[in-house]
Design a protein around this ligand. Structure first.
Ligand code: IMP
Ligand code: MG
Length: 384
């Protein structure tokens, strides 16, 4: 009987879908509020990997309803392919999947423009920027306007069956009726169009506020905001990254251990250490009630784990996201652990230094870390 927003604390790929999938056994509805097929949300259930681009991962749980909110930009071809693949693996959409007829449509032209533009940002080329531009300038088409049109190709039948006129009413009703609603964020706080590392950002609000505007839920209806962070940091695409590992052999070690390749584009992700000033900033913007830390198992075997605790030339009180390019990170080196922790399921069974790592981050950010994942499978989670 709660409404929870899940937000990426950093540059996306924090493992949001993985945590949401795990916790959604108690959910009645999972909603996406912003972004489009630039997202790649990986979930592994019984060894079977599914990468979601548009549909909330909650669709894998039978009783859970899923909504694509009006803040999204939807590529109908990708959505059709995603629906067809899910249908093949036995997922039923009837009375479970609701696509806002007010969500905007990504066209061939948008993707074309995105692919041809200069490579400054390093976008996913999924037409996201051009689609939001068209939306903001009020010349774009929404789902309801294109559904009758042939030019949007195959598959609209499959989609048409799930298009709903009033998804904001649907979600509000679910909350009023005592449902447990999850708002599934895409991308991450530092990619937010207003609060991220502009211009190296995506074109939507991927912070907690965006979850309300993209769906039509009052901020007063939100009970929890859970921030998802990895135990280290990654970024795909260009833009500042103060704790990035620039020595190739060091970066390779973390990238290979963590399988850090883009799930949408296959690009090798840039990797680095946890950056606490950025995490604190993210907390300020979103107001996390708790954190989930994913991929703790990836750090096993490292003798000392660097964590950036501040910047020597910029205190947190003068923090400015636009000055990340010139900050000088200061590190604490926390003692690591040797044990493989993939099979650990309780806090007490974690190696002492793994617990210390978690407690250190909690104390610095001032938010409890209530969920820890130690592997990609649904069950590989520690709840405190
Ligand atoms: P766009 O969203 O495709 O316009 O890309 C803008 C920036 O956001 C690029 O740096 C992308 O790599 C990044 N980005 C967009 N979506 C994701 C995501 O789901 N995970 C990680 N990075 C993303
Ligand atoms: Mg991703």
């Amino acid at each position: 009987m709660t409404t929870t927003i899940f937000v990426g604390t950093s540059f996306g790929d924090e493992g949001k879908a993985r945590i949401i999938d795990d916790l959604s056994e108690n959910a009645t509805m999972v909603v996406r509020s912003a972004g489009g097929a630039n997202a790649g949300h990986t979930v592994v259930v019984n060894g079977k990997k599914t990468i979601f681009k548009l549909i909330p991962s909650g669709i894998l749980r039978e009783g859970v309803k899923c909504v694509l909110g009006q803040g999204m930009v939807i590529d109908l071809i990708t959505l059709t392919n995603e629906m067809e693949a899910l249908e093949k693996s036995g997922v039923n959409f009837k009375d479970r999947l609701f696509i806002s007829d007010k969500a905007h449509v990504v066209t061939y032209e948008h993707k074309d423009i995105d692919a041809k533009r200069n490579k400054l940002i390093g976008t996913t080329k999924r037409g996201i920027g051009p689609a939001y531009e068209a939306k903001i300038s009020r010349r774009a088409k929404r789902l309801k306007e294109v559904l009758g049109s042939r030019s949007y190709g195959k598959g609209t039948d499959l989609i048409r069956k799930c298009v709903a006129p009033n998804t904001s009413f649907l979600i509000n009703k679910e909350i009023a009726n005592g449902g447990t609603v999850f708002l599934e964020g895409a991308q991450g706080t530092l990619l937010d169009i207003d609060h991220g590392t502009y211009p190296y950002v995506t074109s939507s609000n991927c912070t907690a506020g965006g979850a309300c505007t993209g769906t039509g839920i009052s901020p007063l209806k939100i009970d929890k905001v859970i921030g998802i962070t990895k135990s280290y940091l990654t970024r795909v695409g260009n833009g500042p990254f103060p704790t990035e590992l620039v020595i190739p052999t060091e970066a390779d070690w973390l990238r290979e251990r963590g399988h850090e390749y883009g799930s949408v584009t296959g690009r090798p992700r840039r990797v680095g250490w946890l950056d606490l000033p950025l995490l604190k900033y993210s907390h300020m913007i979103n107001g996390f009630t708790s954190l989930a830390m994913t991929k703790l198992d990836i750090l096993s075997g490292k003798e000392f784990i660097p964590v950036c605790t501040g910047y020597s030339n910029m205190s947190f009180s003068e923090f400015d996201i636009d000055k990340l390019d010139s900050v000088d990170p200061e590190y604490s080196f926390l003692e690591g652990w040797r044990e493989d922790i993939a099979q650990v399921r309780s806090w007490e069974d974690l190696p002492k230094n793994a617990r210390k790592y978690i407690e250190f981050v909690e104390a610095q950010v001032g938010v409890p870390i209530d969920f820890i994942s130690v592997g990609p499978e649904r069950s590989q989670t520690i709840r405190r």
